[in-house]
Structures are given as C-alpha cells and as structure tokens.
Design a protein around this ligand. Structure first.
Ligand SMILES: [Cu+2]
Length: 158
C-alpha cells in the first residue's frame, strides 16, 4: 500500500464515521406493543406504527428479552399464512408504515423470559436511509394479552 492509498483510506474512514453521526430522517414510533407469550413459547411479534420526515428504512432491531430479532413479513401463500425475514422495511417520508398482526412485524425470537400483559419490553429500532445515514430509536413496547388479535395457526413456527 502506497502512502497515497493510506491517506485515501483514512479519509474514507472519517467520512463513514461522520456519516454515522449526522442526523438523518426524524423517525417517530407510535403504539408499540408486543404480543404476550405463554409458558414455553420462544417467539412473538412486536407491532407499531412508524413515521419519518424523510425516506428511510427499518434495517434491524434488538431487544434485551430476545437473543434473535428479525424483521418479518407475513402474507398468504396458496391459502397458508407464511412468515419470512426481510432485509429491510421501507419507511417512506410522511406516511405511516404499519407493523401489525398479519403483516410486517418485528420478530422476537429465542426469548429469554415469558412476556406478560402489563409489562413493557424495550425494543431498539435501527433505521438507515439510502445515503447510509443511520438512526436508532428505542421504544418501550407494552405487552398485550395473547388474544389481542386473532392468532393465526401457529404463525411463529419457523
Ligand atoms: Cu415473524
């Protein structure tokens, strides 16, 4: 590596570091909730409404109650509800992007504890726009009873 290359690399590293701290879209999260679990249940869904002042995307999420957290979409496929992980969920500017039962959701897997109604679960949502600007939002999702929405036929078995 020549010295010139080294300088270039250094410049790129600084640009990346700056990019990570520049405020991108302003994302707000409303009505965050998590479906409560029963004994032995290892996975559940988190639901919420996302709104952003500029185009961005939900790219990952994390929670202390779950070892694995993914962004999932649920849809009918030949009459069967199927869930699959998606790399990101677009959050267009000014529109409400809804995560709800039967649609997109944040999947909490390998749960470390049962989630009971009345508790709150911290969930960190990580957003990144097309320019690579990142933003993280932490929400406290309320745990609602398992019956908060009609349960699909064991939708969380992967
Ligand atoms: Cu799921």
């Amino acid at each position: 590596m020549t010295p010139r290359n080294a300088t270039l690399r250094f410049t790129v590293a600084i640009a990346l570091a700056l990019g990570a701290t520049v405020a991108g879209a302003e994302v707000t999260v409303a009505d965050a909730w998590v479906r409560g679990t029963v004994a032995g249940q290892k996975a559940t869904g988190a639901f919420m409404q996302l709104k952003s002042s500029a185009d961005t995307a939900l790219v990952s999420a994390a929670s202390p109650v779950a070892a694995v957290v993914e962004i999932h979409e649920m849809k009918m496929d030949a009459g069967v509800m199927k869930m699959s992980a998606v790399k990101s969920l677009a959050v267009p500017a000014g529109k409400t992007t809804e995560l709800k039962p039967g649609g997109y959701h944040v999947m909490l897997m390998e749960l470390r504890q049962p989630l009971k109604e009345g508790e709150t679960v911290p969930v960190t949502l990580n957003f990144e726009d097309k320019a690579g600007r990142k933003q993280s939002v932490e929400v406290k999702a309320a745990v609602k009873a398992l019956t908060a929405a009609p349960p699909a036929k064991d939708p969380h078995k992967h």
